[in-house]
Write a protein that binds this ligand. Sequence first.
Ligand code: NDP
Ligand code: MN
Length: 388
Amino acid sequence: MSFSFNFFNPVRINFGTDSLQEAGKIARKYGTNALIVTGKSSMQKFGVLDKLTCILQKSGVNSIVFSDITPNPTVGEIDMAAKVARTNHVDLIIGLGGGSPLDSSKAVAVAAKDNISVWDYLKREPKSALPVITIVSTSGTGSEVNRFSVMTNTKTGEKPGFGYECMYPKESIIDPVIMQSMPKYVTATTGFDVFVHSLEAYTGSLSNPIADSYCEKAFTLLKESLVTAYNEPENIKARSDMAAASALAGLAIDSAGVGIIHALEHPVSGNFPNIAHGAGLAALTVESMKLNINNKTTKEKYARVAHIFGKIKGNKTEEDMAYELLETVKKILTVLNLNVSLKDLKVNEAQLEKIAKEAFTTMNFAVLNNPVQIDENNALKLLKDSFK
Ligand code: NDP
Ligand code: MN
């Protein structure tokens, strides 16, 4: 098969234990007045925010803090942070936290340059953005290294993702020490997000040799360290492996995209914002894989992933191997305590039709990238099968 693809990623990655210490030097390259965009409690509780503001100060970078970003961030929160950025004439945005603050930091960097709601960028490409540095605290979304931002419209429940070239962070600081404080549930949900990014980028229509190689390495790291990071929160090697896997998968989706699991999960956590993104993915993955497994190329790729996860081919057919991956995924979900249905997650069954529709209106690029063509009927069936 011949390939045609486009690969671009300009984010400088500063990876390593205690790389947070470099934040001042890095930030100083881009500005002297920073807005730190973070969540409500974890980075304060574990002292990372205080450490960061001190490190910045020592390098001559003043900072103000916006700490009202909630998990599954809303348009209102982002608009408010952008207003703070404009009012204070900041020249740099630093995202600190998990995918929610990091996604928000990229959206704020764009909206700070205009005087419109961030929602309007779904239709209008921004001309430019303030420089962004991401300092990541979860190992999941890959937001630290890609251009995407996801936001929820609380009036409608819509949760689209968007990303333009000017939204790439300038630099990312990936310090596994920060991840050691993740509670088990956050480790599980974010870690499973890495798996789904790798799987969807690896099998989607936009898959390409460069993204594939990133996914394969991410799978290897997941196999070695996802469960260990879950069971041993302070195991720095496991945290480091998962941080690298998150970045690899984040780079992979930046070029190869996501698929139906993400297309359906966004309206799930958009309409039910108490659901963690990774938990929504967990509820949808097995049924989505069952649907995609019938595609010949997917089958080949699932078989390869099963091999990376230690399954021996022997006399087995490719189909057998592909189904072994399905079993492996079920086991991982069980070990991570994520064997959940949409019902368990308290999704209201009456909303499934709305959720199915919104996958096509807010995440159509992901629907189109799925290896098997999906229409509203089989999307709804998939949701119903994932509800039981
Ligand atoms: P969040 O950023 O929402 O964080 C989840 C929870 O974990 C929060 O309560 C947070 O606390 C806490 N937390 C984060 N880091 C730590 C830590 N080191 N120690 C203790 N607690 C911690 O989680 P995700 O990273 O999963 O981000 C999810 C968001 O990212 C969703 O909106 C999702 O749709 C989006 N996403 C973006 C992608 C992209 O490509 N850009 C791809 C996939 C998903 P606190 O609230 O105090 O910060
Ligand atoms: Mn995701």
